[in-house]
Design a protein around this ligand. Structure first.
Ligand code: MGD
Ligand code: MGD
Length: 734
């Protein structure tokens, strides 16, 4: 299918653009404009893709005199359709952040001191290539570990494979959605990917288990959620905290943290005992129903009430609401799911519930991806590692997905030298000291390295430990591999292309990877001269050309989102049985529970609260706290405490306290928010604050870091996912 070009780069006037960004209040907007912008010049609009978070909305960057003066949503983007959140609107704040990394930096002081000298790219890349050649000779290529995240990392990923290391791991697996992908794959034969294919706009009932949509903001997901609610969908929000979603809910179930599997089993019990499940769907598509029915017989709502503290009557009422609304029930699979170490089993329980409701592949439930053909490169064979992976994927963590890797597994290997020594790390677009729990262990592991390299855009805390820092150009200044999204009702390909030249001495990731490849004699793995040629090869089978994609930003294809869109022969599942596996033979084979079972979470010691955490709509992870506009909107986080806890602790709203975890680690001072909207056994922080890099002049020392308080993890034995809600805090004595 070839669509007509509806949007080319076009001229518009500043008068029509106005000042600042729609979702950012006027007071916060002026500083994001570059110096010298008068608001009266003519602008060119470049269609590209946002990277202020990982949803990758389509944007139009208005450029005048080589400067990006505004970012807005691209109305032609098939998914975001012109909508853009506060973070996306504030993208120029990253581009023009005065604290950006500006040149390559070579360490001059001790590790941790943060003393560097600026060097040119030749010197930086010659240094790195020399060290990598020596490393390979002395310790083998596997002694290099790569910690990537984000779209641009794919060029580096190719380089790492060509170099010969299988050791690569992203936090998006073991600190985010790994257990979910595995739990749903075990059940349906495929994971969910990103964006999650949840049919929120068509749902008659939405079930959110922890997913705090509204604070967790992905623009098109929020739009679909709001559309669904506006059309009359009911909402169940299971959350120990009165989240934004809970405030919209028909049923808020303030569950005792860590007991969700018990609730899910009781819901299954009611659906099956009362015959409310989708019998025809289960008969046609699923295997293992009788075993499931036997398994859940004892898990009554009364049993679950004693565990979850949710009244049995509410459990029955909500299960019946699901039975009534089926199959248009969107049980959101969650996204950050590494909570208590039993996370793959919780994901399994959610997947089984979805199957019982007949919602997988059905309107208003979870929809199906549609593949898009793409071109590939004629590359030499990648070297095979004789020593295998060091992160435990496929061995210690039998179900971990190798392409994504286990970050904490690589840190373990670096510390222990088991299965073999790891001597060097390259960290690209990952903020390890904020996104991997047990940061003290991470620092200890760095101490074991011969070489630590960070490729980033900002001077985040981890660069203090780097031998070499490489400044990447931001997403508004570079090409990246295209975003190919199959998990959309209309699958699409979107481009990231530069709106302006890279500032300072920063360089795009593709250039850095290719230049390094030349020095390592691995150029054959980069058989293209320009990123446009790279894009052209990938696009070849689609019928779209590079110029067309670059001018439009994204192109969509027809999708087949529901089972009914596909002939019966295409409705099978990629599991061993070809059916939805309610009972998992694959889990039984490795000695794991083939049907989910509730296991109690570790309880807080006396006087401590469980530390839970989440998002704020105007910040992404730990990456936006230095952004001028976003910092103006939310400069710091607060610790949520229940009114009765605040009374017991003798603290009042607005007061600053220091939190201390059960291992005695203290946070930086954080303001107290006193609220009825949280259980008495939890304290809540928004993730990403309390940063310790002084070079981030706006973010430094503002609020408390959840990660710094995560001295413990409960590791999921199936995937290696780090359950992070097993840390406990109290107010430190003055
Ligand atoms: P979770 O951490 O699973 O995050 O967002 P989600 O997947 O929604 O959920 C946090 C919620 O879980 C909180 O409301 C907390 O109170 C609740 N909770 C805590 N313990 C329990 C429990 O035991 N049971 C239950 N049922 N609930 C519990 C993360 C998602 O957000 C992710 S993974 C990404 S990549 C995006 N990041 C992001 C961002 O950085 N900023 C913004 N603005 N939006 C984002 N959206 C995405
Ligand atoms: P960020 O804080 O966004 O999180 O983990 P990360 O991706 O590590 O860090 C991104 C880093 O990339 C920052 O240093 C930023 O400056 C840099 N960066 C930004 N843009 C670019 C770019 O264009 N190029 C390069 N080279 N670098 C860039 C996210 C992960 O964290 C996820 S997905 C989840 S869901 C987990 N959430 C979570 C949590 O809620 N609490 C705690 N304590 N840990 C968590 N870990 C996980």
């Amino acid at each position: 299918m070839k669509e007509e070009i509806t949007r080319r780069r076009f001229l518009g006037t500043a008068a029509t653009l106005g000042a600042g960004a729609a979702a950012v209040p006027a007071a916060a907007s002026p500083p994001v404009h570059p110096p010298g912008w008068t608001g009266t010049a003519r602008v060119e609009k470049i269609a590209t893709t946002c990277e202020m978070c990982f949803w990758r909305c389509g944007i139009l960057a208005s450029v005048s005199g080589g400067k990006v003066v505004r970012v807005e949503g691209n109305p032609d983007h098939p998914q975001s359709q012109g909508r853009l959140c506060a973070r996306g609107n504030a993208g120029t704040g990253l581009l023009y952040d005065p604290d950006r990394l500006k040149t390559p930096l070579l360490r001059t002081g001790e590790r941790g001191e943060g003393r560097f000298k600026p060097v040119g790219w030749d010197e930086a890349l010659d240094f790195l290539a020399g060290r990598l050649v020596k490393l390979r000779e002395e310790h083998g290529p596997e002694s290099l570990a790569f910690f990537p995240h984000g779209n641009g990392a794919r060029f580096f990923a190719t380089l790492m494979r060509a170099y010969g290391t299988p050791n690569s791991a992203e936090p998006s697996f073991a600190q985010c959605r790994g257990p979910r992908e595995v739990g749903y794959s075990l059940t349906f034969g495929q994971g969910l990917g990103s964006p999650e294919p949840v049919d929120l706009e068509e749902a008659r009932l939405v079930v959110l288990i922890g997913s705090h949509l509204g604070e967790n903001v992905f623009t098109s997901q929020i739009t679909a959620f709001a559309t669904g609610l506006a059309r009359g969908a009911k909402l169940i929000a299971v959350d120990p905290r009165f989240s934004t979603a809970a405030s919209k809910a028909d049923w808020w179930l303030p569950i005792r943290p860590g007991t969700d599997i018990a609730l899910l089993l009781a819901w299954m019990n009611v659906l099956i005992v009362e015959g409310l499940h989708d019998k025809e769907y289960i008969n046609t598509y699923a295997a293992g129903f009788d075993r499931l029915a036997d398994h859940v017989r004892e898990f009554t709502p009364e049993w679950a009430e004693a565990i979850t503290e949710i009244p049995a009557g509410k459990i029955r009422e909500t299960a019946r609401a699901m039975g009534k609304a089926k199959p248009a029930v969107a049980v959101h699979p969650g996204r950050h799911v590494t909570w208590y170490g039993d996370d793959t089993q919780r994901a399994r329980a959610m997947a089984i519930l979805t199957a019982l409701l007949g919602s997988w592949g059905r309107k208003g439930g979870l929809f199906l991806p549609t593949p898009i053909a793409r071109g590939s490169f004629d590359l030499p064979d990648f070297p095979e590692s004789k020593r295998g992976r060091a992160d435990g994927a496929g061995t210690r963590f039998p179900l971990a997905v190798e392409e994504l890797g286990v970050t904490n597994g690589l840190i373990d290997a670096t510390l222990s030298g088991d299965p073999y020594p790891i001597k060097a790390w390259i960290v690209y677009g990952q903020n390890m000291l904020e996104s991997i729990p047990q940061p003290a262990r991470t620092v200890e592991a760095i101490g074991k390295l011969d070489l630590m390299v960070v490729v980033d855009v900002l001077p985040v805390d981890q660069i203090r430990y780097a031998d070499l820092v490489l400044p990447e150009a931001t997403y508004l200044e570079r090409y990246d591999p295209p975003t190919i999204v199959e998990s959309a009702k209309r699958p699409f390909i979107a481009v990231r292309s530069p709106a302006c030249e890279p500032l300072f001495e920063s360089k795009p990731g593709w250039w850095i990877a290719k230049e390094l490849a030349k020095r390592l004699k691995l150029e054959a793995f980069f058989p293209w001269e320009t990123p446009e040629q790279h894009l052209g090869t990938i696009l070849a089978p689609t019928g779209f050309g590079v110029r067309e994609l670059v001018s439009r930003g994204a192109v969509a294809f027809p999708g087949k989102p529901y089972l009914e869109d596909r002939p019966p022969g295409e409705r099978s599942f990629d599991t061993a049985s070809g059916k939805i596996e309610l009972y998992s033979e694959a889990l039984a084979k490795i000695g794991a529970d083939p049907l989910p079972r509730y296991t109690p979470p570790v309880e807080p010691p006396r006087g401590f609260l469980r530390l839970i955490y989440g998002r704020a709509p105007v910040h992404s992870f730990a990456r936006t706290q230095n952004n001028e506009a976003l910092s103006a909107l939310m400069p710091e986080n607060e610790v949520w405490l229940h009114v009765s806890v605040a009374r017991d602790w003798g603290v009042t709203g607005g007061q600053r306290i220091v939190l201390e975890n059960a291992e005695g680690v203290k946070s930086s001072p954080v303001r107290v928010k006193v609220t009825e909207g949280i259980r008495t056994d939890c304290a809540y922080l928004v993730h990403g604050f309390g940063q310790r890099s002084r070079a981030l002049r706006r973010a430094f020392g503002r609020g408390a870091s959840d990660n710094s308080l995560m001295s413990r993890v409960s590791v999921d034995p199936l995937t290696g996912g780090t359950g992070m809600r097993v840390n406990f805090v109290r107010a430190a004595k003055a």
